[in-house]
Write a protein that binds this ligand. Structure first.
Ligand code: UD2
Ligand code: MN
Length: 577
């Protein structure tokens, strides 16, 4: 487990070379080239490795900071006193974040070190690339934005931090005008601010940030983050080794109400980013194939995709990939676009357990898409997904997306000629290659989808109402409601294997009624059979049919009666609005 730079190898003694040989052999043997120098305590297998350490290498672990007390210190939750709670709730509706709480907490508070203890021992080269941390923001709260900046400046070795580049996506809050400029002047130019002249959305604003950045590496963060101890070197080292590698930190949670800092999972667990066929982002445990090749749980590992907000990449490499597809609008899908592009066109993505960053997950999106959304008809995020899959998926896989999101077929995604040209010019590999070599564990959870036999609103013949999730999250009872023709909670699909689905959820039934449930991972079949002639929906396992109770309007299963209108259902067409 050695991180060796070519130039330095000449200096080492013959004895050391033998050890290096053994190590390299081991590495090729396991078909796994480790990224970082192993924790020294764990090196005994290959002898002490002190020889490889030249004095310029280091682990960049900062000194312990004396514990402070105060609101939110140590990542503890903070509760407002009663007389401030009202104001607090109001700020949540404005920002999706309790800004009154945030304002009470020091902008340079301490947070718990959530890393695997091994992380303290990794050694990194001394000449890692310089970094521009790029933070795009639109109407974010001042203290959360500045807490992000403080954490970056305070927890990054200064020689690797070229700058923090703030890119304002046309915010209109007074606190983000002069007060922001005044505040960042304390960093004497290390923190730079540029502003969009009109709203561009987060995706295009990130591309602007990349173009303007001055560091070798660009590292994107959301505007409500707190980076954890010694987060930067582990993200830079894999890029230093191979500049076609993009790196991703592990994202811890910061509560939007109390600012409690919570590790997303224990230091011993590792997950990686995947997606389901409706292009919802998911995470899954490291597959055994990868786990087997690893000698340390704190080592970086390859991952098919990432959540989107937080990652580092060589700036020129990012720009050579065309940055983000400029046709993507505002928010969503850009994480997939970049991931497929990187993997299929010869690069790779690594998740880095020793880099932890806290992120405030908001309950809702506090901003609207403004004029950017008016220009496009149809749900903007699905349009983004469509651009991405039409560019990067093979035909077979495109069908899975349209099976899961049938309305997407009718959406206008704009022109993707340039994206297809880029794919050709860079001689990118097929999506099948990506599925076979990178995301091979995905089908274990999200198998290839059988086609839909029917989809649309499921209308009852007696009341003309439609089956509806009623906006409830699974698991919950399904109901009926006035048919609205927009799809969403009323867009029901029945596939060839008898699975009834709505969005990413499935429908089943028991003695209590018809239920919205979590689909059983790894399966695509279900208990349903629809009779196109009699219009009954049979639950094969229970041998009964879906009926609407004439008195209480609830859904129940009854012995099938094809004459009874309360048991008759038709799939009615939905067209995108
Ligand atoms: C996630 C990502 C986010 C982005 C998004 C999909 C994480 C932790 N977050 O949603 O980075 O990839 O998925 O696109 O992975 N912003 C603008 N202009 C806008 C809208 C947002 O500059 O028009 C800024 C916003 O202030 C924030 C960043 O973009 O700094 C991300 O937006 P978000 O925090 O609302 O996205 P999030 O975390 O829900
Ligand atoms: Mn965010």
């Amino acid at each position: 487990m050695v991180f060796l730079r070519r130039g330095r190898a000449v200096k080492v003694t013959v004895g050391v070379l033998v050890v290096v040989g053994v190590v390299l052999l081991l590495a090729t043997h396991t078909n796994h080239v480790p990224d970082l120098r192993a924790p020294r305590a764990l090196m005994s297998k290959v002898k002490e490795n002190v020889e490889y350490l030249d004095d310029k290498n280091g682990n960049f672990e900062p000194a312990e900071i004396p514990t402070r007390t105060g609101p939110g210190e140590g990542g503890k939750p903070y509760q407002l006193p009663p007389h401030k709670q009202n104001e607090g709730s109001q700020s949540v509706s404005e920002y999706g974040i309790n800004m009154v709480v945030s304002d009470e907490i020091a902008m340079d508070r301490a947070i718990p070190d959530t890393r695997n203890p091994e992380c303290k021992h990794w050694q990194y080269p001394s000449d890692l690339p310089t970094t521009s941390v790029v933070i795009v923001f639109h109407n974010e709260g001042f203290s959360t934005l500045m807490r992000t900046v403080h954490s970056v400046v305070d927890r990054s070795p200064p020689q690797f931090l070229k700058e923090v580049l703030l890119v304002d996506d046309f915010s209109n809050k007074a606190s983000l005008k002069e007060p922001l400029e005044d505040y960042i002047s304390r960093w004497n130019g290390k923190v730079r601010l540029i502003r969009n002249k009109e709203r561009a959305g987060l995706i295009r604003t990130r591309t602007t940030g990349a173009e303007e950045a001055r560091g070798d590496v660009i590292l994107f963060l959301d505007a409500h983050c707190e980076v954890n101890k010694n987060w930067l070197p582990p993200l830079l080292a894999p890029i230093y080794r191979d500049k076609h590698t993009m790196t991703v930190p592990v994202i811890d949670g910061v509560d939007h109400n109390t600012f409690e800092y919570r590790p997303v999972y224990g230091a011993g667990s590792n997950f990686r980013g995947i997606f389901e066929w409706g292009m919802l982002y998911k995470e899954t445990e490291l597959p055994p194939e990868i786990e087997r090749t690893r000698s340390h749980k704190s080592e970086p590992y390859k991952a098919p995709t990432h959540a989107g907000g937080l990652f580092a990449i060589n700036r020129e490499y990012f720009l050579s990939l065309g940055a983000y597809d400029p046709g993507l609008l505002v928010w969503g899908g850009e994480n997939f676009e970049l991931s497929f592009k990187i993997w299929q066109c010869g690069g790779s993505i690594e998740w880095v357990p020793c880099a932890r960053v806290g992120h405030v997950y908001r309950g809702f999106m506090p901003y609207n898409f403004g004029k950017l959304a008016e220009k496009k008809k149809g749900p903007l995020i699905t349009i983004n997904y469509k651009r991405v899959i039409e560019t990067w998926f093979d035909d077979k896989y495109k069908e899975y997306f349209y099976t899961r999101e049938p309305l997407a077929r009718f959406l206008d995604m704009g022109d993707i000629t340039q994206q297809l040209e880029l794919k050709k010019r860079l001689e990118c590999k097929s999506f099948q290659w990506f599925m076979d070599n990178v995301a091979y564990d995905m089908v274990r959870k999200y198998p290839e989808l059988p086609a839909n036999l029917h989809w649309g609103e499921l209308r009852n013949a007696a009341t003309s109402q439609c089956l509806d999730t009623l906006g409830h999250a699974a698991p919950s009872l399904m109901g009926v409601a006035h048919c609205h023709g927009f799809g969403n909670n009323q867009l029901i699909r029945l596939n060839m294997e008898g699975q009834l689905g709505v969005g990413e959820r499935c429908i089943d039934a028991d003695g209590q009624g018809v239920k919205l449930i979590f689909c059983r991972l790894g399966t695509v079949d279900g208990p349903w059979q629809y009779d196109e002639n009699t219009h009954v929906m049979l639950h094969k396992r229970l041998g009964k049919c879906v009926a609407l109770h004439p008195q209480n309007n609830q859904l129940i299963l009854l012995p099938c009666d094809p004459i009874n209108n309360y048991q008759k259902w038709t799939f009615a067409k939905i067209t995108p609005k």
